[in-house]
Design a protein around this ligand. Structure first.
Ligand SMILES: Cc1cc2nc3c(=O)[nH]c(=O)nc-3n(C[C@H](O)[C@H](O)[C@H](O)COP(=O)(O)O)c2cc1C
Length: 152
């Protein structure tokens, strides 16, 4: 008897599944001495130039000398970018706060890397919370909002 192979599993290579995995990573760091708004604007311009081609979206928060960045996209691209960012002398003491990989919606689907001030990050996260559908994203956003409250 011929073994039955379902057309779906036979036609879909593993990579088709992997392409749907979305990796996200959150880190914070401290701005280096002598780096101000002009340099931060240049960083954002670079991000907007490179990120779309890599399928990367996210948000960069800058305030009180601290960077906080949420990066989401294909895992290889995100990790390659994070290595580049880590080597960047415009900041120091980079600390990865969390990373996660699974099939899920993007939290910032239309932002190739938006810069927001620390005062506005709460509004940004609240907006994202309103549009988030997946329980996991809702939890992640609530956790970030809570950690902001704890540190304010
Ligand atoms: C806090 C911070 C965030 C950054 N975010 C990005 C980013 O989202 N995308 C990007 O291409 N470069 C970003 N950069 C700049 C990279 O470190 C790097 O300079 C840039 O990708 C160009 O790479 P290259 O210097 O190897 O040419 C960031 C740098 C810093 C300090």
């Amino acid at each position: 008897m011929t073994e039955y192979v379902s057309p779906t599993s036979a036609d879909e290579p593993d990579s088709a599944f992997e392409e749907q995995l979305l990796f996200n990573l959150v880190y914070c760091s401290q701005v280096s001495d002598g780096i101000g708004q002009t340099e931060v604007d240049a960083i954002v311009a670079t991000a907007r130039r490179f990120n779309p081609a890599l399928g990367i979206t996210g948000v960069l928060v800058f305030g009180s000398g601290v960077f906080f960045q949420w990066i989401e996209g294909p895992k290889t691209n995100v990790l390659e970018l994070v290595n580049r960012i880590e080597a960047d002398s415009r900041h120091k003491q980079m600390t990865i706060l969390s990373s996660d990989e699974e099939i899920r919606e993007r939290i910032f689907p239309t932002w190739d890397m938006e810069l927001v001030g620390a005062d506005d990050i709460r509004d940004v996260l609240e907006d994202a919370l309103h549009t988030a559908q997946e329980a996991k994203n809702v939890d992640a956003l609530k956790g970030l909002i809570k950690s902001l409250e704890d540190h304010s």
